[in-house]
Write a protein that binds this ligand. Sequence first.
Ligand code: UDP
Length: 415
Amino acid sequence: MQNEIHLQSRTRLQDYEPIVGRSCLEELRILSEKFSGKVIQIINSTSIGGGVAEILEHMVPLLNQLGVDVRWNVINGSDEFFEVTKKFHNALHGKRERILTRDFDLFSEVTERNLKEMSFYGDILFVHDPQPVGLIAKKKEIGRKWLWRCHIDVSSPDKKVWSFLRRFIVDYDAAVFSAPNFAQQLPIRQFLVTPSIDPLSDKNKELDSGTIDAVLAKYGLISDKPMITQVSRFDRLKDPLGVIEAFEMVKKNIDCQLVLAGGTATDDPESEEVLEEVRKRAEENPDVHVLLVPPESDVDINALQQAATVIIQKSLKEGFGLTISEALWKAKPVVASAVGGIPLQVKNKFTGLLCYTVEGAAYALKQLLSNPEYASQLGQNGKEHVKQNFLITGHLKNYLLMFLALDQMSEVVHF
Ligand code: UDP
């Protein structure tokens, strides 16, 4: 099948039992039986980079193991198209962007092309984020159940972009948001499902100290001083320059180093430019390490997170912010901005520290670096919070229940 992403299962369902318990897996098995003979077709815009690809990569093979026929397709888009959709992404987050009529036209042209080139074979079509949202036009011809999954905080979007996208969204059977405060008023059914991390993935499994040291050596890092780390695509909304500023304030009182580790995503054309800006800014300070991490370097990211003394996520806007759950699962103390889905994960002074400004971030970092016991307690609480709320098994259950509700929306429900 054209543009179909094929994934190998790297973990077995039963391996999750020691973490989440037998009954949780039993529930998943019972729910999965309801999908016999049905196909769920996932459509998004990239299979590499960013949180959406990260989740799908682990979720699709697990659903397949459960016997659910889930297949994943990626749309075709040109560089210009992804420049437009990146502007949409920023504008939906409330950032000012100059969006022209020809940008909307290009979006529509690429949508038309994908409508012609792609196959739509699912009983449920599960479309992620704005890039492929226009594919809903196919529903008039083929029917079926269509679900739009929004990973963005669209609580205060640019009106022009939102009203353009809304015309497509209202034709879906339902929309899915990560949290109530991300959502918009819509005349269709809405589901709220928080994202998750896979505790057994290369990104999150426990690593031995030899592996961690080897990764540090590979990136030229020495763990001779406390390490503050931010893992993020090089994106202005992740505020890498703000992180450096906060770090410099901390550094006046505490000897430490900063690691800014990130890569690029195929649907994010801005990242090269941002990386250059960050590198330039970091040149002046030998304790700031800017690491370009190649795609699919999950063990490297894991090791960098595990090696951190404190993890920071100083985003200006955020979707859910998977990096937070990743850090907390490793029992790391976290300093993070109170934006998007971060407050769902960081309960201030219980599972980490929230910040609102560069100065606030610096103050919180100092607090954690100078009080290791407090930092460790926050990290432990954070791990438990993630275990209860943000693991992939719970996420799968919520999705299966949602598919079931959608599949039977106009039918009699047989449980
Ligand atoms: N990530 C990665 N390599 C990088 C930068 C980020 O693997 O160089 C991962 C990160 O560990 C997380 C995801 O990409 O799993 C980012 O998801 P998040 O929700 O934090 O942010 P998004 O990129 O979707 O805005």
